[in-house]
Design a protein around this ligand. Structure first.
Ligand SMILES: Cc1cc2nc3c(=O)[nH]c(=O)nc-3n(C[C@H](O)[C@H](O)[C@H](O)COP(=O)(O)OP(=O)(O)OC[C@H]3O[C@@H](n4cnc5c(N)ncnc54)[C@H](O)[C@@H]3O)c2cc1C
Length: 445
């Protein structure tokens, strides 16, 4: 069947199709029959209806930072949203953007008005649509929730091609299915996101610890007291084995209102002689991942496979699970630039219904950011296998998956993952994407 009339273009050349089969993970490569560069929101609906009639599938792509082919489709059409990135308006408490905008676009536009999104991912070159459908966790998530919790309204093209605006008060079922819903029922075309006043500067604290228990204890204190604004941390592998533990966060401030280091560090048990403490313009702080990206691109590691794993562990099991898993890991499993992110969250701050966290007051993010030093497929596949084993141990200890992870999942496992929310997601699927056209890369349906 002939494609429908389009305002944009449907690319069918080999180079465009092959490019759409590569993501940051570089582990899975599914080649589409075409790549739509939509010229309008209506184009997205036209392609979805056309593919539905043809019995084929569609997936949107933002910045292709998925790690396991989640934004790919074999024999269907990719909708490349990266060109749909206009900033439509910035008001006192909100910004309206096309869903292909990156968080760097959102931040830059907001900062011009002295504003900022309350939650930013550590890396800002991710698309708004691509993070809303997975949640989007950052250094202020402990307080404000995920990026998907800061969404006020979405314009969505549903799997059956309708354009629907949804919010907590308008089509709430669709709104809840889109936020952290892995893009199973619609493609976000436009998003209205919360903004808050931006501070000028960040006082950054990078505190070093010799052991896991002390680091976790201090992270719990910082979380409980809400002392800092950003709160993250990591275990960094040493070349000779062993780990260095890091609590990394900041207090934001403006003008001469500099934070009181003594008060912000009181009672903490880090090795203070090794601490790195400094003041940075807020924008530089928000872009703190950029120098690492530059290094990884220049030494080629950015283009290697990235079998990342992201999970959440309840506080009660955190110490034992983390200690056991770190015992099994070394620099060889993570790469010279790799690290294990470990940081606490107030579970109740995360409100998007499809974001699954352990049923405890405090949870810890436990993420393996693997940057292998080779592009060996065999080594990468072994890490994918290891990811599954780690996830199973985390799950057995009451933990949950953050879906931005590299290993295959069956429908049955997603059912278990979504738990009491599974039926609601299935109902939304039947209502908004009855022909199951959308986003097969997550293997949910
Ligand atoms: C270097 C790096 C750093 C990261 N840091 C963080 C971090 O700090 N916190 C965090 O939470 N995550 C982080 N991530 C993970 C990242 O948030 C997810 O992989 C995210 O899904 C990427 O979005 P994307 O648009 O770049 O990727 P894509 O691969 O293009 O898309 C990701 C998913 O979203 C879907 N999608 C894309 N656009 C839309 C749309 N408009 N409507 C509906 N669905 C859509 C795709 O189909 C796919 O399933 C990081 C990833 C990388 C590579």
């Amino acid at each position: 069947m002939e494609p429908p009339h389009l305002d944009g273009e449907l690319l069918k050349d080999e180079a465009s199709r092959q490019a759409a089969a590569v993501d940051f993970g570089n582990l899975v490569h599914n080649v589409p029959i075409g790549v739509l560069r939509p010229g309008s929101t209506a184009d997205v609906g036209r392609i979805l209806r056309w593919m539905g009639d043809e019995g084929k599938q569609v997936t949107p792509q933002g910045e292709r930072h998925s790690v396991y082919g989640r934004s790919q489709v074999d024999g269907g059409v990719v909708v490349d949203m990266s060109g749909r990135k206009d900033v439509h308006s910035v008001e006192r408490d909100r910004i309206v953007v096309d869903a292909g905008a990156k968080w760097s676009d959102v931040l830059d536009a907001a900062l011009q008005e002295g504003l900022t999104p309350p939650v930013l991912t550590e890396y800002l070159e991710l698309s708004v649509g691509g993070t809303i459908v997975v949640g989007g966790v950052g250094g202020t998530t402990w307080r404000y929730g995920t990026q998907s919790d800061t969404v006020l309204e979405l314009e969505v093209v549903t799997g059956d091609g309708r354009v629907i605006t949804c919010s907590p008060d308008r089509e709430p079922r669709l709104f809840d299915a889109m936020r952290a819903g892995l893009g199973q029922v619609g493609i976000i075309s436009r998003a209205t996101l919360s903004l808050t006043p931006a501070q000028d500067s960040a006082r950054r604290y990078q505190l070093i610890y010799g052991d896991l228990d002390t680091m976790l204890a201090d992270q719990r204190v910082l979380l409980r007291e809400g002392r800092w604004d950003y709160l993250q941390g990591a275990a960094v592998p040493g070349e000779a084995g062993g780990w260095t533990y890091l609590v990394d966060g900041s207090k934001l401030f403006s003008g001469a209102d500099a934070p009181d280091d003594d008060a912000l560090l009181a009672g903490l048990s880090d090795d203070r002689a090794q601490a790195q403490i400094g003041t940075f313009p807020y924008s530089d702080y928000a872009y703190r991942f950029a120098p690492l990206e530059k290094s990884l691109r220049s030494n080629g590691h950015w283009f290697h496979p990235h079998p990342w794993l992201a999970t959440f562990i309840g506080d009660s099991a955190a110490q034992s699970v983390l200690a056991a898993e770190l015992d099994l890991l070394s620099m060889a499993d993570l790469g010279t630039y790799g690290r294990v992110l470990i940081f606490p969250l107030r579970t109740r701050s995360i409100r998007s219904p499809l974001m699954r966290l352990p049923a405890e007051e405090v949870s810890f993010a436990f993420n393996l950011l693997r940057f292998p030093v080779t592009d060996s497929e065999e080594a990468a596949n072994a890490m994918v296998k290891a990811n599954r084993a780690i996830y199973e141990r985390v799950r057995a200890a009451g933990g949950t998956l953050n879906p931005v992870s590299a290993f295959p999942m069956s429908t049955e496992e997603w059912r278990t993952h979504f738990g009491s929310r599974w039926d609601g997601l299935c109902t939304a699927k039947e209502l908004y994407d009855p022909k199951h056209v959308l986003t097969p890369g997550y293997e949910v349906f």
